[in-house]
Design a protein around this ligand. Structure first.
Ligand code: HPA
Length: 234
């Protein structure tokens, strides 16, 4: 086992879905995977491995924010040999032509997290998705008839942000949406030479104030999981 994941070597598949919420990990395991077995419940951060269309896939909760996902991604890659990491999460849209319930594929992730500033000695590293995962997810989403947007997302360290000028400035630079994990996932994947992608659904619209109902969130979550699983096993 690693420091935060109570699994044995070989328990975790090379392809993994990463929801922030561990109960979403359980939901994915119960509703999308066959023969799913729980390999982790340390800190209640559930992880499961099963099969999807005959191929082994795992799903692991990451918690919220850059520090939390960084711990899980680091251990999954370095201690358990995970090679394809696909975050499945929600985001708040900041472009008028991006609608609630849309899918967003994060091609790149701008961030206000201090982690990369520190690690890269002040250089602005550009955290970037893996192109082949991005293409597979895009093609799959289009084939499913989903409204899909591809572009830059903002990984924020602050959910309740006091700076009212920040979001309009990012929106002017074509950033599509705000979330809290992708820059860390992409940076660690690059560092260790593995593939990563964030598949996000728009749960709320920061400009228009529009929100999704819990039933809509469930439906869009299911659509997103289909896109992510198809890309994971392709
Ligand atoms: N901010 C940050 N993360 C989010 C949001 C948001 O508005 N909505 C969903 N995830």
């Amino acid at each position: 086992m690693s420091v935060h994941i109570g699994a044995n070597q070989g328990d975790i598949a090379e392809a993994i879905l990463l929801p922030g919420d561990p109960l979403r990990a359980q939901y994915i395991a119960e509703n999308f995977l066959e023969d799913a077995v729980k390999y982790n419940d340390v800190r209640g951060m559930y992880g499961f491995t099963g099969t999807y269309k005959g191929k082994r896939v795992s799903v692991q909760g990451t918690g919220m924010g850059v520090p939390s996902i960084s711990i899980y991604a680091h251990e999954l890659i370095n201690e358990f040999g995970v090679k394809k990491l696909i975050r499945v999460g929600t985001c708040g849209a900041i472009q008028k032509d991006v609608k609630v319930r849309d899918v967003i594929l994060g091609m790149s992730a701008t961030t206000n997290s201090g982690v990369n500033q520190h690690e890269f000695k002040g250089i602005d590293f550009a955290p970037t998705a893996d192109f082949s995962l991005l293409k597979k997810a895009y093609d799959g989403a289009v084939a499913q008839g989903l409204s899909v947007n591809v572009g830059n997302v903002f990984t924020s360290d602050i959910f309740y942000n006091e700076d009212k000028d920040l979001i309009p400035m990012l929106a002017r630079h074509q950033v599509l949406a705000v979330e809290m994990e992708s820059s860390a996932l992409y940076t660690l994947a690059a560092r260790f030479g593995v593939q990563a992608l964030s598949v996000l659904t728009v749960s709320d619209h920061i400009i228009t104030g529009e929100e999704t109902s819990s039933q809509e969130r469930q439906e869009t979550f299911n659509e997103m999981v289909h896109v992510a699983l198809a890309a994971a096993v392709a």
